[in-house]
Design a protein around this ligand. Structure first.
Ligand code: GUN
Length: 302
């Protein structure tokens, strides 16, 4: 899983950990198929053509098919009304072969995202964004394997636990307070008995706050904002950012993906760090497949 670095910093290989998770899911789905005569179904709803969303949806669809999940694809025009989208969600909520529903965000401005997320049947909530699942995450017991947990933070947690280090009592700083990453990440770290700080754009002395952390989870969406000298020696760094920046290579403009952490600098101080790409990204997708499989299993129990 970890590749030893010259300076002893471990590169956390999200690509490989995600592949292992997908292999396990593939086996499990095969067993479920034998047992129930059907496979988990995931409805993927995309509205419009935001370039990043198209990339994510394509990657999610491909991975789902590879592990044996059936995809029910709904790519809708940008102009669809909120009520028509709600009608589609209601249909999917009641559709027998749909176990998970994913509505790719962001939605166009004329659609209220929260209204749409609230309308998804919580039992089919493949992203774990429904208020009921958000609430369950904050109160459920630590070992509840049936929970639908937001995919990106859960993927980060798997990588952290994979280091085999006792996380209990560690100072964890989550930079970013989004509903998709920052807040659920903080809940998961709290469950691991970390002392959790949620920092954000209004935090005073962010550098000092980070410097005090044993674990830094960066989810701010700003390219290389977190500098290497903000990272304490021996800290663990999880970089959730996927930022497209333009760089000039031999007079030609190219797009490069960078994280929220200045990787080359931070790597010198960190005990372990995730790269971008190949860190959190593949884990998010693998966890979506995991949630879909959990939702399928839950549906067979009730
Ligand atoms: N947009 C950015 N990240 C996500 C995600 O994890 N799920 C969904 N549905 N939309 C997103």
């Amino acid at each position: 899983m970890n590749i030893g670095r010259g300076n002893m910093t471990k590169l956390i290989n999200g690509k490989e950990i995600a592949q292992n998770l997908r292999n396990e899911l593939k086996k499990e789905i095969n067993n479920l198929k034998s047992k129930f005569g059907k496979v988990p179904g995931l409805a993927v709803v995309q509205v419009g053509n935001v370039a990043a969303s198209s990339v994510y949806v394509k990657a999610k669809t491909k991975s789902a098919k590879e592990v044996g999940i059936e995809i029910i694809d709904h790519h809708l025009g940008e102009e669809i009304s909120e009520s028509d989208l709600l009608r589609l969600i209601m249909k999917l909520n009641n559709q027998e072969n749909v176990n998970g529903i994913l509505v790719q965000l962001p939605l166009p401005n004329h659609i209220n995202e929260q209204i749409i997320l609230d309308s998804i049947n919580p039992k089919k909530d493949a992203d774990g964004f429904h208020p009921l699942n958000v609430g369950k995450l904050s109160i459920a017991s630590h070992n509840d394997e049936n929970l639908l947990i937001p995919c990106t933070p859960y993927g980060c947690l798997i990588m952290l636990k994979g280091l085999g280090i006792n996380l209990s009592g560690m100072n964890a700083v989550v930079v970013g307070r989004s509903n998709i990453v920052g807040k659920p990440m903080a809940q998961l770290l709290l469950k691991e008995s970390c002392t959790v700080t949620i920092a954000h754009s209004k935090t005073k002395n962010l550098q000092e706050v980070c410097k005090n952390a044993d674990i830094v989870v960066a989810a701010v969406g700003r390219p290389e904002m977190i500098k290497g000298n903000w990272i304490k020696k021996g800290a663990i760094v999880i970089d959730v950012g996927i930022n497209r920046v333009e760089i000039n290579v031999n007079g030609e403009n190219k797009i490069k993906l960078v994280g929220d952490v200045d990787f080359l600098e931070a790597e010198r101080n960190a005990l372990a760090i995730t790269p971008v790409p190949g860190g959190v990204g593949p884990m998010t997708i693998a966890c979506l497949l995991r949630n879909t499989t959990i939702a399928f299993k839950n549906s067979q129990l009730t």
